[in-house]
Design a protein around this ligand. Structure first.
Ligand SMILES: Cc1cc2nc3c(=O)[nH]c(=O)nc-3n(C[C@H](O)[C@H](O)[C@H](O)COP(=O)(O)OP(=O)(O)OC[C@H]3O[C@@H](n4cnc5c(N)ncnc54)[C@H](O)[C@@H]3O)c2cc1C
Length: 381
């Protein structure tokens, strides 16, 4: 314990990806920092963070697996996405958490406190006062990664199983980015990451505005495995599930003594759910503008540019109103020889030329109609 009076320079709410990513950047900055986490054990629920190698992070040595190709497919066609320049790669949340927590525990400027949920925050003169179920803490400024969102346009909802087969049944060089299922009028797909010839993450995913319950359990993973690998024996080692907000209006606006961080500050890419790399960019940026003091909150209202948000809003609108059309449009998007513009677009690092190419690759008339608000109904042709 560095602080005997619970007084800090900064308090970070949440020891998730965003809280720990920021803490990592502040390890050598000499501020007194407390991280308050409501969970007792953050490794209880595993997450596998996957992303294209468009930005180097301090966590490259934690990468569990890299792939040079991804597959996008439907019933009649399979397209290989070339990721040779930007490998697709994955980090296990528990490796990431343990690496950073180990450094925090050795740093005398940090207190990391589990099982304390922040219940109230108020400002009194120059002090910010946080109340948890057990204690009162004081600081100059807060970084808050807790989710505070009532309504979200769409959710990415998924259930995944880590499967271990008795025989070599997976092609470890061919992960499946999206395998659209036959479920009509739902944007549902399978996402498969083979780690070896015998092990893979098999995930069932929806992009949906509705409360989806079907096909998000072990039974469905079993039926998929039986269909794809009949009579092959396997066991499910562990499962992961979750939901990611998909909304272009999530922003970082809040009181001036709080800086929102993480998924619910708007860093999640609305049309894809990819967040990990953006959390790293946000943490780098915040560390560079330190000290952050109340009233001098330099973080932007929106993480993404107006153009990307407009494009994403159109994507989400079409997914919601016409999922079948969007599945075909995504196949069109990748029916090109090279895929770097698409990867940079999906990874939030597109050039203007990349954006122009994306517009050219997509069916323009329908997208323009949605962009201009002319089409909105499911039955629009
Ligand atoms: C299963 C799963 C897989 C994902 N896979 C990918 C992927 O492949 N690629 C990608 O880019 N993104 C992925 N994401 C999205 C995103 O990267 C993760 O959700 C990421 O963990 C978000 O980090 P965060 O810090 O914003 O939120 P979290 O990691 O959820 O951290 C928030 C923390 O705050 C704590 N907390 C909440 N309220 C309070 C409170 N009042 N007081 C104290 N503590 C509190 C929570 O317990 C939690 O630990 C995935 C998400 C999930 C759920």
């Amino acid at each position: 314990m560095i602080s005997t009076d619970n007084k800090y320079d900064y308090i970070i709410i949440g020891a998730g990806c965003a809280g720990l990513s920021l803490a990592y950047r502040l390890l050598n900055k000499n501020y007194k920092i407390c991280i308050l986490e409501s969970n007792k054990n953050i490794n209880e629920k595993n997450k596998l963070w996957s992303f294209w190698d468009t930005k180097k992070t301090p966590f490259n040595h934690l990468i569990k697996k890299r792939w040079e190709y991804l597959i996008i497919k439907n019933k009649s066609e399979s397209i290989k996405i070339n990721c040779k320049d930007y490998n697709y790669q994955s980090i296990n949340s528990s490796d990431f958490n343990n690496y950073i927590i180990n450094k925090i525990n050795k740093n005398i400027n940090f207190d990391l406190i589990f099982s304390e949920k922040v219940e109230n925050i108020k400002k009194n003169n120059n002090e910010v006062i946080l109340t948890t179920s057990k204690n009162i803490y004081k600081c100059k400024h807060i970084f808050d990664s807790s989710p505070k969102i009532q309504k979200v346009f769409m959710w990415q909802k998924f259930f995944g199983a880590y499967v271990e087969a008795e025989e070599e049944i997976f092609d470890e060089k061919s992960p499946i980015f999206m395998e659209f299922s036959d479920t009509e009028n739902k944007f549902h797909f399978m996402y498969i990451l083979p780690f070896s010839k015998k092990t893979a993450l098999i995930e069932s995913t929806y992009f949906s505005c509705h409360e989806e319950k079907e096909m998000l359990d072990e039974n469905f993973i079993d039926s998929y495995m039986h269909k794809k690998h009949p009579n092959k024996k396997y066991t499910i080692q562990k499962t992961e599930f979750g939901r990611i907000p998909m909304d272009t209006k999530i922003n970082s606006i809040t009181e001036d003594y709080i800086t929102k961080i993480g998924s619910y500050s708007g860093v999640t890419r609305a049309s894809t759910g990819y967040t990990f790399i953006n959390i790293q960019k946000q943490a780098d940026k915040l560390a560079n503008i330190m000290p952050v003091i109340s009233g001098n909150n330099e973080s932007k209202r929106y993480f993404h540019s107006i153009l990307l948000r407009k494009m994403d809003a159109v994507f989400l609108e079409i997914i919601s109103n016409n999922p079948e059309y969007m599945k075909n449009a995504l196949m069109d998007l990748f029916r090109t020889k090279k895929h770097n513009p698409q990867i940079r677009f999906l990874s939030d690092t597109p050039t203007i030329l990349d954006i122009l190419k994306i517009i050219i690759y997509l069916p323009k008339i329908k997208f323009m109609q949605y962009a201009l608000g002319i089409k909105k109904n499911l039955n629009d042709k």
